[in-house]
Design a protein around this ligand. Structure first.
Ligand code: AMP
Ligand code: MG
Length: 402
């Protein structure tokens, strides 16, 4: 059986590169940029005044002038005025610096009487103080955002500042999420004593949506080989990504691998030396569709989705890789099987600011209720059984960090 690392490598290697599209910039949060965003102008585009007050010339002040007749007022958005020698201009935050002016004194340190502004005698005037020089943040043409950047709200400010109305981003792929099992009953329908509620489909979709993939459609398929064949054929026809839960283990009704093979989906692996999620199946269809068949147990399904599906979609979207995150075990932990342990954890920070991962016991891989208290899971090496408190481990948060 392959390792978690090998499984992830082969999943990533099998992913196509999704196409791109132009969308309104306002709708781009969470999407992956496929273009460079270049500065439209210098930032700030002019010497920008940073205080409400008066603007005057250093040479007048240096020559001994302390009382400045107010020539005019200039607010943010007003045309740039030209300062006359021996005068001052009343100035507002955000205004462009008047021509010939190079000193700003804030309003708190001046007094205006009879049209003349007088500077407080104790105030230390400094040339060019409170002036945000043109181009000091960035120059026109600077590459502010590169392809592969997932657009954050901060990036929206950059895109808007460059005057862009539309941006080129990766398409939001259509993802079909399939829950298999005769025993499953969705919310809103009567459930009998021997049945269970269908929870994987909604949870997997919510996880995908939280990572920016919004075009997910759900289907519930019973454990009937003919129905499964017909419905999966349709999903493979309609979507480039299919995520299935259940039906991949060794049970008599676990038809998913067989049906996928019949439909021309080539198996890349079946089984990973990890717990939970050992039975996971992954393959590639005749039209390059990728098929993730996750075990039905709710904890396994969610962990396999976060571990393999989310990074795979990031790769196919052209997203820049995020650096791995490490947390230290907050308590001693032991895990006997010779499998990589994917252990759900709650994150806490130590008084010294260290990120600590506190293992949260799940009763079985069906115990999804305990996952609510977790922030993600850590990966513990398969060739080790005892992990002392403080052991560093690879952390995977349920939700992306920026
Ligand atoms: P399976 O992988 O199909 O053998 O399912 C393993 C376990 O997970 C069984 O107890 C199923 O009832 C349960 N299960 C499978 N799919 C779901 C689902 N969509 N929602 C909740 N539980 C599920
Ligand atoms: Mg099943």
């Amino acid at each position: 059986m392959i390792t978690t690392t090998e499984a992830l490598e082969s999943v990533l290697a099998a992913m196509p590169l999704f196409s791109s599209e132009s969308i309104p910039a306002a709708a781009a949060t969470g999407r992956v940029l496929r273009q460079t965003i270049r500065a439209e102008r210098d930032q700030p585009p002019f010497d920008r005044v940073m205080m409400d007050g008066i603007a005057f010339s250093w040479s007048d002040f240096d020559g001994g002038l302390r009382q400045f007749p107010v020539q005019a007022a200039q607010a943010a958005g007003d045309h740039t005025l030209r300062l006359d020698s021996g005068h001052c201009i009343e100035i507002m935050t955000g205004a462009s610096l008047p021509e010939n002016a190079d000193c700003i004194v804030p309003v708190e340190h001046i007094q205006i009487t009879d049209g003349k502004a007088e500077i407080e005698s104790s105030y230390e005037v400094k040339i060019r103080r409170f002036i945000h020089p043109r181009g000091s943040d960035f120059a026109q043409g600077a590459h502010l955002l590169q392809p592969g950047k997932r657009v954050s709200p901060m990036d929206i400010a950059i895109i808007a500042s460059c005057g862009e109305t539309d941006v080129n981003v990766t398409i939001d792929p259509v993802i079909r999420v399939v829950s298999t099992g005769n025993e499953l009953v969705p919310s809103g329908q009567a459930v009998e004593a021997h049945q269970i509620r269908l929870s994987n489909g909604p949870a997997l979709i919510a996880l995908l949506v939280s990572h920016g993939y919004r075009r997910c459609q759900h289907d519930h398929i019973v454990d009937d080989i003919d129905v499964l064949r017909e419905r999966l054929a349709e999903h493979l026809d309609q979507a480039s990504v299919v995520v299935i839960s259940g039906g991949v283990s060794m049970g008599r009704a676990d038809y998913v691998p067989q049906v996928l093979t019949e439909l021309g989906v080539e198996v890349i692996f079946h089984g990973i030396s990890q717990r939970p999620g050992r039975p996971m199946w992954f393959g590639k269809g005749p039209k390059d569709q990728v098929v993730f068949a996750l075990p039905g147990n709710p904890v396994s399904a969610l962990i396999c989705c976060r571990q393999y599906v989310i990074p795979a979609l990031g790769k196919a979207s052209g997203a820049r890789e995020t650096p791995p995150e490490i947390a230290s075990l907050a308590s001693n932990f032991s895990f006997k099987p010779k499998l990589t342990c994917l252990q759900p954890v709650k994150l806490i920070s130590s008084a010294a600011g260290q990120l600590l991962a506190l293992p949260v016991e799940t009763n079985t891989s069906g115990d999804f209720a305990s996952l609510s208290a977790t922030d993600g899971y850590i990966e513990l090496a398969r060739d080790q059984t005892d992990f002392p408190s403080g052991t560093p481990a690879l952390l995977h948060r349920w939700n992306m960090h920026p």
